[in-house]
Design a protein around this ligand. Structure first.
Ligand SMILES: Nc1nc2c(ncn2[C@@H]2O[C@H](COP(=O)(O)OP(=O)(O)OP(=O)(O)O)[C@@H](O)[C@H]2O)c(=O)[nH]1
Ligand SMILES: [Mg+2]
Ligand SMILES: [Zn+2]
Length: 351
């Protein structure tokens, strides 16, 4: 379990469960009703009881969670509880609900992969960084496939411009460039994030020192990946730490990521402190320091547009969350009223 990140803090949080005769596990993969759990006795399947639509999917067990298992004689153990998450990578769920979907729990380093063999998409990098910052983990941007890029230095400079306060590494799994630096920079539970075909699993194999993860060629026509990795995997790294490979993300909707956005656009947030109005929206206000910086070229127009777009999207997702919470409260009130009525009716009948 130590290989999978179990430490003093886990032991402390687990104490009441241990006293109750439960055993610790880390969830490698979770599905409806069951999960693959890493335990001191090896990797085994555990049952997850009562996951039949009880509302918020973000509270359902997920990859990276620490769990308490109740051993069952001759049958699969049952997942009794999960420990509170230290960090969580959450995106808005693809379903029409307003809940977030947890991609990974208890992550320390988020490796945001960007392929240098395809046109750069800064908006996507900014999105992934916002998600990463919001999680509470530390992001690192890894530019992959430097061997397939004519001018990696220029790409590095461009990406550094959208990754304020984040290390940007240039790597190639073919030549081995940057891999030692990457190994030195990541720590704890490391999750690989990025679109399909970016080279996440290839990078993972280099970090693991062996080909454990399946990789697949990108499509000739458009350079897009074929979604080779189809589930999240948890593997111990040779030098300590844990690797989590993930399937390439098609869409990365933001979910309550306001502070993540503030960190992603740190230089805009910083300049905003000198705008004339404290509530300046940097749209067309007089004395706006941000717009002035766009005028001088200090901040690219694209970056400000992206900031505005992501803030709007986030506000929309937050308003849907608020609406749901209101609806939930109303439903609870109704339940209570119904319950009270039933109770009174019962009393009336007994008179
Ligand atoms: N030239 C070059 N190709 C690479 C490099 N890293 C990965 N590739 C190739 O890129 C393709 C996609 O790599 P994967 O590692 O499967 O990509 P992935 O991000 O895991 O993709 P999904 O699992 O679909 O999300 C494979 O054909 C790899 O061989 C690299 O550094 N240089
Ligand atoms: Mg993969
Ligand atoms: Zn302003």
């Amino acid at each position: 379990m130590a290989d999978y990140g179990w430490d003093e803090a886990c032991e402390h949080a687990f104490a009441p469960h241990r006293a109750a005769g439960l055993t610790p596990a880390r969830i490698a993969r979770a599905e409806r009703g069951s999960c693959q759990a890493v335990t001191d006795a090896g990797i085994l399947r555990a049952d997850i009881p009562g996951t039949a639509d009880h509302g918020d999917p973000s509270s359902a067990p997920c990859t990276g969670d620490w769990a308490a298992l109740r051993p069952a004689d001759g049958r699969a153990p049952v997942l009794h509880a999960t420990l509170e998450r230290r960090t969580a990578l959450v995106r808005s769920s693809s379903s029409r609900t307003s809940h977030g979907q947890v991609l990974a729990a208890n992550v320390d380093t988020v490796v945001v992969t960007v392929s240098l063999a395809a046109p750069l998409n800064h908006g996507r990098t900014e999105r992934m960084l916002a998600l990463a910052w919001e999680s509470g983990a530390r992001p690192v941007v890894v530019l992959t496939k430097a061997d397939a890029c004519a001018d990696p230095a220029s790409a590095e400079e461009q990406v550094s411009g959208v990754a304020a306060g984040v290390d940007v590494l240039v790597t190639s799994a073919v030549t081995g460039q940057g891999l030692d630096t990457l190994t030195a920079v990541v720590s704890g539970t490391v999750v690989l994030l990025g679109p399909s075909g970016a080279g996440k699993s290839t990078l993972g194999n280099r970090l693991l020192g062996e080909d454990r993860l399946a990789t697949g060629a990108v499509r000739e026509a458009d350079g897009k990946g074929r979604h080779t990795t189809s589930w999240r995997e948890l593997l111990p790294l040779p030098g300590g730490g844990v690797l989590m490979d993930t399937p390439g993300l098609r869409a990365i909707g933001l979910h309550d990521a306001h502070s993540g956005l503030e960190q992603t656009f740190a230089e805009i947030e910083h300049l905003a402190q000198t705008c004339r109005f404290t509530d300046c929206a940097h749209e067309n206000e007089p004395g706006c320091a941000v717009l002035a910086a766009v005028e001088t070229g200090e901040i690219p127009r694209r970056r400000l547009d992206s900031y505005h777009r992501l803030l709007r999207e986030n506000a929309y997702s937050a308003s849907r969350t608020d609406a749901r919470l209101r609806a939930d409260r109303e439903a609870t009130k109704k339940d209570i009223t119904r319950h009270l009525r039933a109770t009174y009716r019962f009393r009336e009948n007994r008179k």
